[in-house]
Design a protein around this ligand. Structure first.
Ligand code: PMV
Length: 363
């Protein structure tokens, strides 16, 4: 099994209690992950910008329990989110612990308190599973490192991404900075279906601080979860063509990143967003996550690009919000454009200014 290297020895810890905190970012996919095999293995490779400002901060408190209180199947924990005890978050975290237990058997010796908060508004329609699961996975890895101090930084990051991926696929791309590839791809050496790696190929400086202004069209909870969406790719009539397209798109992006070929970058990134949503529209049952204002914003962005020559483009995640991407050199003019022409399409005029970031940080 290729994941064998991540199975930690089942030691009886000498540590009685402790606490660790991590801050982990969200990410926005340029090549989208949509469709998976068993055990959170992606059907195609994906590539993302790591964000800087949209992040989750998590503190993990742990206390050793007596043998009588240990359960090798289930971990005991409480969740406090933004100051409030959250029972509703527990099932997702319980299933995360269950999935990672074969790789982190030492967890059963402890009970946990997970204290978490997001930098972005809870009801912004921005998925917090990527930043939330990666922050928690990093906390678990810090505990593992205190039990196995000889572990290398490279292994720490790889396993953190491996664990985060088991919580939420895209969370595996929220450990390291700038750009991350997750899923095996023929042109990206050392890429893996099991964890994300920092994009290892030549990247022009323009992409190091690329801007992402997130236009909040709909702050509600998505009507169709990504879990359901991924599932609908099984037996989807266009699935195989879509998985091939994602692989081809990643290949085409490689020279575009090296040469700052923004025309190709824009063409691929927008095509990926529309392909993702066209998969949703053509699945059985079909569904639609874009809203009228999503389309209005896409047309405004196209119009702006046409008229000003600024290389501004859009991408979408599994929701109605629009991520507007552009080089930092155009920041001033684009933020004026947002204030003057785009806020009317945003729910309560809300948007978030973000940019490419460096990855997770231990606090
Ligand atoms: O990580 P999940 O299972 O929530 O899936 C994320 C799917 C997209 O955001 C639509 C695409 C991606 O690659 O992030």
């Amino acid at each position: 099994m290729p994941d064998k290297e991540f199975i930690a020895a089942d030691v009886n810890p000498t540590i009685e209690n402790g606490s660790v905190s991590w801050e982990a970012p969200s990410n926005i996919a340029l090549v989208k992950y949509w469709g998976k095999k068993e055990n959170q293995i992606p059907a195609n490779p994906s590539l993302s910008f790591t964000l800087k400002n949209c992040k989750t901060t998590t503190k993990l408190n742990y206390v050793k329990v007596t043998e009588a209180h240990q359960n090798s199947e289930e971990i005991t924990f409480e969740v406090i989110f933004e100051g409030v005890k959250k029972e509703s978050f527990k099932p997702k975290i319980a299933s995360f612990f269950k999935r990672i237990l074969p790789y982190c058997a030492y967890l059963k010796h402890f009970r946990f308190e997970i204290i978490s908060e997001n930098s972005f508004p809870h009801s912004s329609g921005i998925a917090s599973s990527a930043s939330g699961m990666s922050a928690l996975a990093l906390c678990v890895m810090s505990l593992e490192k205190s039990l196995f101090p000889e572990m290398s930084d490279d292994f720490f990051n790889k396993k953190a991404s491996f664990l985060a991926r088991l919580g939420s696929g895209s969370a595996g791309r929220s450990i390291k900075g700038n750009m991350v590839v997750w899923g095996e791809h023929k042109d990206v050496l050392l890429s893996s279906d099991y964890y994300g790696i920092e994009y290892p190929l030549k990247t022009n400086a323009v992409f190091k601080d690329y801007q992402d202004t997130i236009l909040l069209v709909d702050k509600g909870i998505k009507q169709v979860s990504s879990t359901v969406g991924h599932d609908l790719m099984h037996g989807h009539p266009f699935a195989e063509a879509r998985f091939k397209q994602a692989n081809d798109h990643l290949s085409e992006l490689i020279p575009a990143f090296a040469d700052a070929d923004l025309e190709t970058f824009i063409k691929i990134v927008e095509s990926e967003a529309l392909s993702l949503h066209s998969m949703m529209m053509s699945s059985d049952p079909y569904f639609l996550l874009m809203k009228p204002n999503t389309l209005a914003l896409i047309h405004k962005i196209w119009e702006k690009r046409e008229q000003s020559g600024i290389p501004v483009c859009f991408t979408l995640d599994a929701g109605a919000n629009v991520h507007m991407l552009y080089p930092s050199a155009n920041k001033e003019e684009i933020l004026e454009f947002v204030k003057n022409e785009l806020v009317v399409y945003c729910e309560n005029g809300h948007y978030i200014c973000d940019e490419v970031g460096e990855g997770a940080k231990m606090l």
